[in-house]
Design a protein around this ligand. Structure first.
Ligand code: NAP
Length: 276
């Protein structure tokens, strides 16, 4: 199977991730893995696609669980000798009226959206083959949350030299600051989801820079994007886009042709590069 192209989508048993898998099944010339933390929900989703005449494969993946990430890594290495497309879609958000203490929301949200996504990247990016495509699903909320940060934090998050360690330190500091109820005084906006997505967007910029430095000749393109406001369990029924419409920008980035030299290291919505 080492020559069979392979695509992996995290958190794809429902919502935008499921729609991304559906589109890739139609357009990607290779094996497409629908992954889910719960095997039951994952297999059910695969069966739903099968009813549509589409063939997705399943692998368990809980991005909060390093063992689960490493099991997928070993499977991909062994069966395919790497991977060609990675879409980091899995994410969580507390509802606006949730009464869970803010510090708990911050810790839980950052754990999955930032630290989980980062762990997937740490384990799987080294496996990405030449001409591979990596898409990190962030949100426009990362831009608005950036605008709500102090000038000093904004400067750090826009920096072209910030390192992954420095970003991890900042994300950890946010969680610690919420526990001490000093996050606003320390220049953070009042949104755990927003800060987690700042983390995803900035992580993408750093990873793209690292690819430029370490794997220049490999033509890998890595970007962050916003799917738009999409009718899913996360955003609710009033959102403007269907899941299939929400999948369009992530799928566009996942399928950038092999002669494309960009976008790379960008943040996009509606297939358009946005200023960070
Ligand atoms: P959703 O319907 O709630 O789906 C989220 C998916 O992520 C589910 O499959 C969920 O699995 C999975 N997930 C959560 N935690 C996970 C973990 N630890 N490991 C593996 N999978 C996990 O949400 P969605 O609207 O499709 O969101 C998809 C992505 O788009 C998220 O990153 C979100 O932040 C982003 N986004 C959404 C919108 C929007 O308007 N919907 C806007 C901007 C950005 P379970 O079923 O097991 O919970």
């Amino acid at each position: 199977m080492a020559n069979m192209p392979v695509a992996v989508v995290t958190g794809s048993n429902k919502g935008i991730g499921f729609a991304i898998v559906r589109a890739l099944c139609k357009q990607f010339p290779g094996d497409v893995y629908l992954t889910a933390r719960d095997p039951g929900r994952g297999q059910e989703a695969v069966a739903k696609l099968q009813e549509e005449g589409l063939r997705a494969l399943f692998h368990q993946l809980d991005i909060d669980d390093l063992q689960s990430i490493r099991a997928l890594r070993d499977f991909l290495k062994e069966k395919y000798g790497g991977l060609n497309v990675l879409v980091n879609n899995a994410g969580i958000a507390f509802k606006v009226h949730d009464t869970t203490p803010f510090a708990v929301q911050a810790e839980v949200t950052l754990k999955t959206n930032f630290f989980g996504t980062r762990n997937v990247c740490t384990e799987l990016l080294p496996l990405v083959k030449p001409y591979g495509r990596v898409v990190n699903v962030s949100s426009m909320v990362s831009s608005s949350a950036l605008g709500g940060c102090s000038r000093e934090l904004q400067q750090k998050f826009r920096s072209d030299t910030i390192t992954e360690d420095e970003l991890v330190e900042l994300m950890t500091k946010f969680v610690e600051d919420t526990k001490k109820s000093v996050h606003e005084k320390e220049g953070w906006p009042n949104t755990a989801y927003g800060v987690s997505k700042i983390g995803v967007t900035v992580l993408s910029r750093i990873q793209a820079r690292m690819l430029n430095e370490k794997r220049k000749g490999d033509h890998i393109l890595l970007n962050a994007c916003c799917p738009g406001w999409v009718r899913t369990d996360m955003a609710g029924p009033k959102a403007t886009k269907s899941p299939d419409e929400g999948a369009e920008t992530p799928v566009y980035l996942a399928l950038l042709p092999s002669d494309a030299d960009g976008p790379h290291g960008q943040f996009l919505s509606n297939k358009t590069v946005r200023t960070w």
